[in-house]
Design a binder for this molecule. Structure first.
Ligand code: ZN
Length: 177
């Protein structure tokens, strides 16, 4: 699960927080890269981009007439929430990948030192250690970072996103009154 591939579907938890729809995330990524302006028509509840004639948000089901009115820009707080979410996610991926590399370095060394034949041959020990680093380091970094880091990072980041969403909803309710 990578979130930098455009158009790739991410896991969408059904936890009561409508942030972020795929369309909104794609839009905000494009805005942050300067590829699109932060203008358009967005659901007044979850800020999913919607068409000019859309009557009901395809993501959260908010009615554009009976519910919250559509807005023409995504609020800064929502953009900031996505920024924070992705930062947390990528941090976990990176650190778990380093952990995988560290395991290969230490584990490879332990292996080479534990095999008597390798212990007696500097050349072979170097060759085997090099291969362990190359293959093991790469796969462990990929598994720990790309799989576990991705998952843990997403869970952590999602908890923050839920909290941010609650703040945004509370803020909206207070400014409306
Ligand atoms: Zn919506």
């Amino acid at each position: 699960m990578s979130f930098d591939e455009p158009g790739e579907e991410r896991f969408r938890p059904d936890d009561g927080c409508p942030l972020f729809s795929q369309a909104l995330e794609d839009h905000l990524v494009a805005v942050s890269r300067g590829e699109a302006p932060n203008r358009g028509r967005f659901c007044g509840n979850c800020y999913t981009p919607i068409g000019p004639g859309t009557m009901e948000c395809p993501h959260c089901g908010e009615s554009t007439t009976a519910g919250r009115r559509p807005v023409n820009a995504v609020p800064e707080a929502v953009m900031e929430t996505l920024r924070a979410q992705r930062k947390t996610e990528s941090r976990w991926v990176t650190w778990m990948a380093y952990l995988g590399l560290l395991i290969a370095i230490v584990g490879g060394l332990a292996f080479v030192l534990a095999v008597p034949f390798l212990k007696g041959s500097l050349i072979w020990a170097t060759v085997v250690y090099g291969l362990i680093l190359l293959v093991g380091g790469r796969s462990l970094a990929g598994i720990l970072g790309g799989y576990y880091g991705d998952r843990i990072g997403f869970e952590r980041a999602r908890a923050n996103t839920r909290a941010a969403w609650e703040r945004i909803v509370a803020e909206r309710a207070s400014t409306k009154a």
